[in-house]
Write a protein that binds this ligand. Sequence first.
Ligand code: FES
Ligand SMILES: [Fe+2]
Length: 349
Amino acid sequence: MFLRNMWYVAAFSADLKPGKCLARRYLNEPVVLFRGQSGVISALIDRCSHRAMPLSEGHVEGDTIRCAYHGLEFGTSGLCTRIPGQERIPAAANLRSYPVVERDELVWIWMGDPADADPSLILSNPEHTDPAWSWRPYYMHVKSNWQLLVDNILDLTHVAYIHANTIGGNASTHFGADVSVNFDGEKVTLLRKMPDSAPPRTYIEAGGFKGNVDRWQKVDYQPGTGNVLRVNAGACDVGTGAYEGKRDNGFMLLNMHGVTPETETTTHYIWTICTNVPKETGVPDRLFDQWYDTICEDERALEAQQRRINDTPNMKFVGIASDGAVNRARSLLETMLAAEQPRAAVPAA
Ligand code: FES
Ligand SMILES: [Fe+2]
C-alpha cells in the first residue's frame, strides 16, 4: 500500500546541482527531479508526452528540461513550452508535475492531489543548518517494503540483537528499559529510558563516559508531517538530570529517517545523523562511520525479511509485547489510507 497524500523526502538538496536532473521512482511512478539555472527544483513525470522517452535522458537549460529524442521542452510546472518545427502546442503535450519543497537541505515531494499539498505541514529538521550540530547525509536503496523500515525504527528492542556489535550494549538493559508509547491520534512517540546503565562502546567513545549513564531513546513518527521518523538518543552521567531535560553536558544523537517507497518491495532510505559533539574533536566523523555500519546491519535484516516474505506471501506476523508503537503506527497509516480512498458510491434507490 502507498499513501499518496503525504510528504516524502525525495532527495538531498545537494543531489541536485543547477542544470542537473535526477531520475527516481516514487510510489511506483517514474519521476524526474531537476534544478533549473535559477535554482528552482521541479518534479515531473519522467515520460515525454511525445513518445515516452524518459526526460531524465534529456538536458536542463535555463528552467526547462528538453527531451533527448525530438527536442520537446517543458517548464517547471510541466507545461510544454516548445515543439521544434511547429507553432501550436496541444494541451495534451503538457506533463504531470508534482509539488516539491526544498527545506533544511532536503527536497520533499507530494505524490497525491496537488491541491492538498500544504508545505506548512512539513516537519522541520533544524540541525541540518545549525552550526552547533555536526551532521552527515546518507542514501540507501533498500530492497524491502517501506513499512518494514518504519517497524524497525519503532521497535528498538532490536538494538540489543541486530546491533550487538555497535550501539547495542547489554541485551538485558534494553529489555529492562522503562518503555512508554504515546499516541495522540496523529503522532506515535516511543520513549525508552535506561537509567544507570553501562554505556555501549559507541557512547563511551563519543561521550567520554567513565561510568554508568542515564540513557534515553525517543522516536517520533507523525506521518502527517512527512514520512519521516526522528530519533533522539543519548546519555548523560548518572543522576545529572537527563530525564528532566538537562542534557547540555551529555552526548546527543539525532537521526532523521526519511522512508520513501520506491516500489512495494524497495525503498529510498534517506537518512541523516547529527550530534552535538563538536566537529573539531574528530569524534563526529568516527561516530558517523560507525553509525553507517549500524544502519547497514538494519539494511541486511530488512532485506532478509523481505526475501522471506516473498517466499511465504500468505503467512501473517505474530504480535509480541514490544510491538506497541509499531501497532499504533500501522493502524494510523491504515486510517490515513482509508481517508484517501474515494467514498463508496451510494447505491441508487
Ligand atoms: S519522445 Fe520526447 S520529443 Fe519525442
Ligand atoms: Fe536498527
